[in-house]
Ligand binder design. Structure first.
Ligand code: TRP
Length: 334
C-alpha cells in the first residue's frame, strides 16, 4: 500500500502584488512541494480583516493572489487551494484555541507589537489573537510542515505551543507543526538598488513585480546601481554588482553568466550591456507569468471553480479533525 503523504499547510496574505522575492522565496517552494506532499494552500482573507476592515478591494485581491499563484505553477488539481473564510471549521477551532492562549504571551508577539505601533487606533482583539487563528489554519489539517519565511518563525513557535497545550489538556490530536524549506538556505533575491532584498514595503523601483509590464521591467533593471567597472583583474565585486550577478543567476543562461563573469575578471565588462541582457532575461521570465495571471484573473468562472474545488478538499480534512477535537474536549453529550 502506498504510504500516506505528509501534510503541508501554508497561508498567503491577499495584500500586495507578488514580486520576484515572493516567487523565489515562497511560491517556487510550494510548487515543488505539491508533488511530494498533501498540500493545503490558503488565502488568508480572515487575517486581512485584522488590519484591513474595509473590504472594498478584498475580492479583487483574493482573485489576484489566486491567479498569480496558479500562474506560477500551483496546480489546483494537485493541491487544495482555498480561501480561509470558506472553511467555517477554522472559526470553531480558533474559538477553542483562544481558551488556551494567554493574554500575556499574545501581547509579547513581535508582529502584534509592530501592528500596535503602526495602527494605534485599531488595536482589536483579532489582532491580538492573530497567531491563534494562524494556529487554527495549520492544525485544522493536522499539518506537519509549514513552508514559511523567517518572519513567521515566532508564529510557528506559538502554534507548537498551542497544539501541545491542547494535546496535554485534552489528549493527543495534533502533530507539532514545523517550518519547512528545501535545502537549508532560502534563496535571497537582492533589491535593484543594492540594499537589502526585494520586498513590497521598500523602494518600489527596486522591486520587480510579476505584474510589471515589459517596459517597466526594463526601466527598473536599467536603473540598477553600477559604476565604471573594475580596473584591476580579479578584484572583488562591490555588493551592488554582486547583486546584479545574483539576479542573473536566477533568470539567465549559464553561458550568459559565464561571459559576464569573464568580462568582469578581465576588466572588460560593460554594465550597460549586462543590464540590457538581464532586462531581456527578466522580461522573458516574468511576461509569461504576468500574461497567464491576467487571463486567469479575467476568468471569474474558472476562479470560482478553483475556490469551490479547494474548499471541498479542505473541508474533508477540517471536518475529520473537528470530530476528533470535539470528542477530545468532551463536547459530545449523546
Ligand atoms: N501570517 C502569515 C503571513 O503573514 C499568513 C498565514 C496565515 C499563514 N495563516 C497561515 C502562514 C498558516 C502559514 C500557515 O504571511
Amino acid at each position: 500500500m502506498e504510504k500516506r503523504k505528509e501534510i503541508v499547510m501554508s497561508g498567503i496574505r491577499p495584500t500586495g502584488f507578488l514580486h520576484l522575492g515572493n516567487y523565489f522565496g515562497a511560491v517556487r517552494n510550494y510548487v515543488r512541494m505539491q508533488e511530494d506532499f498533501e498540500c493545503y494552500f490558503m488565502v488568508a482573507d480572515l487575517h486581512s480583516l485584522t488590519t484591513h476592515p474595509d473590504t472594498k478591494e478584498l475580492k479583487a485581491n483574493v482573485h489576484r493572489v489566486l491567479a498569480e499563484n496558479i500562474a506560477c505553477g500551483l496546480d489546483p488539481d494537485k493541491v487544495a487551494l482555498y480561501c480561509q473564510s470558506h472553511i467555517y471549521e477554522t472559526a470553531e477551532l480558533y474559538l477553542y484555541l483562544n481558551m488556551l492562549a494567554y493574554k500575556g504571551e499574545l501581547e509579547k508577539t513581535v508582529t502584534f507589537k509592530d501592528k500596535v505601533r503602526q495602527h494605534p487606533d485599531n488595536v482589536n482583539a483579532g489582532l491580538l489573537t492573530y497567531p491563534v487563528l494562524q494556529t487554527a489554519d495549520i492544525i485544522l489539517h493536522r499539518a506537519l510542515y509549514v513552508p514559511v519565511g523567517k518572519d513567521q518563525e515566532q508564529h510557528l513557535e506559538m502554534a507548537r505551543n498551542f497544539a501541545n497545550r491542547f494535546n496535554h489538556r485534552y489528549g493527543d490530536v495534533f502533530p507539532e507543526p514545523q517550518a519547512f524549506n528545501y535545502g537549508s538556505e532560502l534563496v535571497k533575491v537582492p533589491s535593484l538598488d543594492g540594499v537589502g532584498k526585494m520586498s513590497k514595503s521598500e523602494n518600489q523601483y527596486a522591486t520587480l513585480y510579476l505584474s510589471d509590464d515589459d517596459e517597466l521591467i526594463r526601466k527598473k533593471v536599467m536603473k540598477a546601481k553600477t559604476d565604471s567597472g573594475p580596473t584591476v583583474p580579479g578584484s572583488p565585486k562591490p555588493d551592488y554588482i554582486e547583486n546584479i550577478f545574483l539576479l542573473m543567476n536566477l533568470v539567465s543562461s549559464e553561458e550568459v553568466i559565464k561571459k559576464f563573469e569573464e568580462d568582469y575578471n578581465q576588466c572588460t565588462i560593460r554594465y550597460g550591456d549586462m543590464k540590457k541582457q538581464l532586462a531581456e532575461d527578466m522580461v522573458n521570465f516574468i511576461s509569461p507569468i504576468r500574461e497567464k495571471a491576467e487571463s486567469i484573473r479575467n476568468d471569474e468562472r474558472y476562479l470560482q471553480e478553483v475556490m469551490e474545488k479547494g474548499a471541498a478538499k479542505a473541508r474533508i480534512s477540517a471536518k475529520a479533525t473537528m470530530e476528533l477535537v470535539r470528542e477530545a474536549i468532551g463536547l459530545k453529550y449523546f
